[in-house]
Design a protein around this ligand. Structure first.
Ligand code: NAD
Ligand code: LMR
Length: 341
C-alpha cells in the first residue's frame, strides 16, 4: 500500500553516475508538480539522464502523478509527496535543483501582478521550507509574478542566512522560446537558429526583446508588432484558454530546457552554457533595480557571469526606459511583502 508521504516507485536507491567521467546525476524537486505546468514538466524531466531522483510535491494529487511517471523506462526514481507527514521536507531534502511552478495562473483580463495576493504567500512558505531543508539547492522560480516572486524568495532565504545570489533564478526562458519561434515564423527559418536576446523581467513592458542583436532585419511596423507579440505572448494563451489557465505546455518545455542547462553546468561541469534568466544583477543597480533578466553564463556554483545587455537601438533603449520603473515597482513590492510577512 502507498504511504501518502512517499511513493518510491523504482528500485534505484542511490545516486546514479552516467558514463561520462565528470557527470553525476542529481535530485530534482518540482513544487507544484500536479499542476498544468508541473505535470508536463515532470514528464520532460523524467527523460533527463542527468536526473537520478525526481521528487514531486504538490498540495494534492502528487502520488498519482508520481505513480504514473514511475512506469516510464528511464533512469530517474520518482517519488511523490503531499503536505501530510512532513511531505515538503522529504520532497526537497538533498535536492540539487528545486523547480517551482506552484501557484495560481491568470484568467483573461488579469495581469501577472493580480496573482501577487495569492502567490506571494505560497512562494514565501515554499522558500522558508527550502531555506530549512534544501539550503544549498539551485532554485528555478516559475510562479508569477516572477518579477516579485524572485525577490520574495530571496528575502526568505536571507532571513535564514542561506541566501546565495548565484543560486536563485527567475525562469524567463519562455520569453526567449517564444521570441525565436515568432521570428522564425516571420522569416521562415528554423526556430533553433533564431537566437533572440530578451532582457528585463517577465511581464508586459518589462519583457524587452533586443531584436537589433539578431541576424535578421525588420521593417519598422514589423519590428513593433513583433516586439509587442513577444511582450504580450502570454496574453495570447490566456485568451485562447478562455479562463482555464495560462501557458503550461510551452512553459514546461521552457522550464525543462532551463533545468537541463542548469544541470549540465552545475552537476555535469559543462562550460559555456548560457541561458537568459532573472537574477540578482548589477546591470541596472544604479537605477535602483536589484534583479534583472539577461543572458547568464552558468557554472558549477550557479551564476558564473552576467552578460551585459550590449549595444541596443534607440527603440530598444526606449523599451528599457519603459521597463525599468515597472520592474522596480514589482521588485520593491516583493521585498516589502517578504519583510512584513
Ligand atoms: P496550475 O493551477 O495548473 O498548477 C499550480 C499547481 O500549484 C497546482 O497543482 C496547485 O495544487 C499547486 N500549488 C498551490 N499551492 C501550492 C503550495 N503551497 N505548494 C505546492 N503546490 C501548490 O497553474 P499552472 O498553469 O501550472 O501555473 C503555475 C504558475 O506558473 C502560475 O503562477 C503561472 O502564472 C506561472 N507561470 C509562469 C510562467 C513563466 O514564464 N515564468 C509561465 C507560465 C505560467
Ligand atoms: C506566460 O508568459 O505565458 C506566463 O507568464 C503565464 C501568463 O500569465 O501569461
Amino acid at each position: 500500500m502507498f504511504t501518502l508521504r512517499q511513493v518510491t516507485l523504482t528500485s534505484i536507491t542511490k545516486r546514479a553516475f552516467s558514463s561520462s567521467a565528470v557527470s553525476q546525476a542529481a535530485k530534482v524537486a518540482v513544487l507544484g508538480a500536479a499542476g498544468g505546468i508541473g505535470q508536463p514538466l515532470s514528464l520532460l524531466l523524467k527523460k533527463n539522464n542527468l536526473i537520478s531522483h525526481l521528487s514531486l510535491y504538490d498540495i494534492v494529487n502528487t502520488p498519482g502523478v508520481a505513480a504514473d511517471l514511475s512506469h516510464i523506462n528511464t533512469k530517474a526514481k520518482v517519488t511523490g509527496y503531499v503536505p501530510d507527514n512532513d511531505g515538503l521536507k522529504h520532497a526537497i531534502t538533498g535536492a540539487d535543483v528545486v523547480v517551482i511552478p506552484a501557484g495560481v495562473p491568470r484568467k483573461p483580463g488579469m495581469t501577472r501582478d493580480d496573482l501577487f495576493l495569492t502567490n506571494a504567500g505560497i512562494v514565501r512558505d515554499l522558500a522558508t521550507a527550502v531555506a530549512q531543508y534544501a539550503p544549498k539547492a539551485h532554485l528555478a522560480i516559475i510562479s508569477n509574478p516572477v518579477n516579485s516572486t524572485v525577490p520574495i524568495f530571496t528575502e526568505a532565504l536571507k532571513k535564514h542566512n542561506v541566501y546565495d545570489p548565484r543560486r536563485v533564478f527567475g525562469v524567463t526562458t519562455l520569453d526567449i522560446v517564444r521570441a525565436s519561434r515568432f521570428v522564425s515564423e516571420l522569416k521562415d527559418t528554423d526556430p533553433a537558429e533564431a537566437k533572440i536576446t530578451v532582457v528585463g523581467g517577465h511581464s508586459g513592458v518589462t519583457i524587452v526583446p533586443l531584436l537589433s542583436q539578431c541576424p535578421f532585419s525588420f521593417a519598422e511596423e514589423e519590428l513593433k508588432a513583433l516586439t509587442y507579440r513577444i511582450q504580450f505572448g502570454g496574453d495570447e494563451v490566456v485568451k485562447a484558454k478562455a479562463g482555464t489557465g495560462s501557458a503550461t505546455l510551452s512553459m514546461a518545455y521552457a522550464a525543462a530546457r532551463f533545468t537541463d542547462s542548469l544541470l549540465r553546468a552545475v552537476v555535469n561541469g559543462e562550460e559555456g552554457i548560457i541561458e537568459p534568466t532573472f537574477v540578482k544583477s548589477d546591470l541596472y543597480a544604479s537605477d535602483g533595480i536589484e534583479f534583472f533578466a539577461s543572458n547568464v553564463e552558468l557554472g558549477p556554483d550557479g551564476v558564473k557571469k552576467i552578460h551585459p545587455v550590449g549595444k541596443v537601438s534607440d527603440y530598444e533603449q526606449e523599451l528599457i526606459n519603459a521597463a525599468l520603473p515597472e520592474l522596480k515597482k514589482n521588485i520593491e513590492k516583493g521585498i516589502k511583502f517578504a519583510k512584513e510577512n
